[in-house]
Design a protein around this ligand. Structure first.
Ligand SMILES: O=C(O)CCC(=O)C(=O)O
Ligand SMILES: [Mn+2]
Length: 207
């Protein structure tokens, strides 16, 4: 498959977008299969001492040793779905062509049924992601903006629109300097995102 072009959104920290990751009809077929075949979960999050269901559904997937701690919970990964395993290979190959050795061993899949479902402000900077992680996010389905804001007010907040079948690369520095959120918007339609990560495993050498 031909390699589509990267668009540079920011040079420092590196923020890049690519359209047409899988091409059609593959991208729509993968969206439909992931929606139908995954065990989508809505875990409870503890916020100010109270439990709330998260405003989206999610699946944690990856290598068996890729545990993930989130809001005080330990999530065990589900086995790779074949489409997600293929997509990981595709993303890793696209990044390798840019000289980035990502080594993703896991992915958080988020399922937003419509524009009411969302993810709040955060950086992906959990300790198990290591120092200065590279994160690659594939969007399938409804196009929505991912909103970014600078932690130290270096500039105004900005939107990155993520169309169906696109890939967003958050490179070195992104998590340290920026937060991101998928805010509620009056945009109909299902959206699934896959944020590929490398989490430290018990096999990794101690830091
Ligand atoms: O759905 C998105 O594009 C954002 C997901 C995200 O930020 C995450 O999984 O950490
Ligand atoms: Mn994130």
């Amino acid at each position: 498959m031909a390699t589509p072009a990267w668009e540079r959104l920011l040079a420092t920290p590196a923020l890049y977008r690519m359209r047409g990751v899988l091409g059609e009809p593959a991208a729509h077929e993968v969206l439909a299969r992931l929606d139908a075949e995954l065990e989508w979960q809505r875990p409870q999050l503890r916020l100010y001492g109270r439990e709330h269901p998260i405003p989206r559904r999610q699946v944690w997937m990856g290598e068996p040793e890729a545990h993930y701690r989130y809001s005080g919970r330990d999530f065990l990964p589900q086995d790779w779905h074949p489409d997600v395993a293929d997509l990981r290979e595709r993303v890793v190959e696209l990044l390798r062509a840019q000289g980035i050795d990502a080594g993703f061993n896991s992915v958080l899949l988020n399922r937003y049924a419509d524009g009411d479902e969302r993810m709040g402000w955060h950086s992906d900077d959990e300790p198990e992601l290591g120092v200065d992680p590279v994160i690659a996010a594939v969007t399938l389905g409804s196009e929505r903006p991912l909103r970014f804001r600078w932690k130290r007010g270096e500039g105004p907040p900005f939107n990155v629109w993520l169309p169906h079948d696109s890939l967003l690369l958050m490179g070195p520095g992104c998590q340290a300097r920026l937060q991101h959120a998928l805010l509620p918007r009056r945009i109909p339609g299902l959206r699934i995102s896959l944020t590929f990560r490398r989490v430290a495993t018990t096999d990794d050498a101690p830091a």
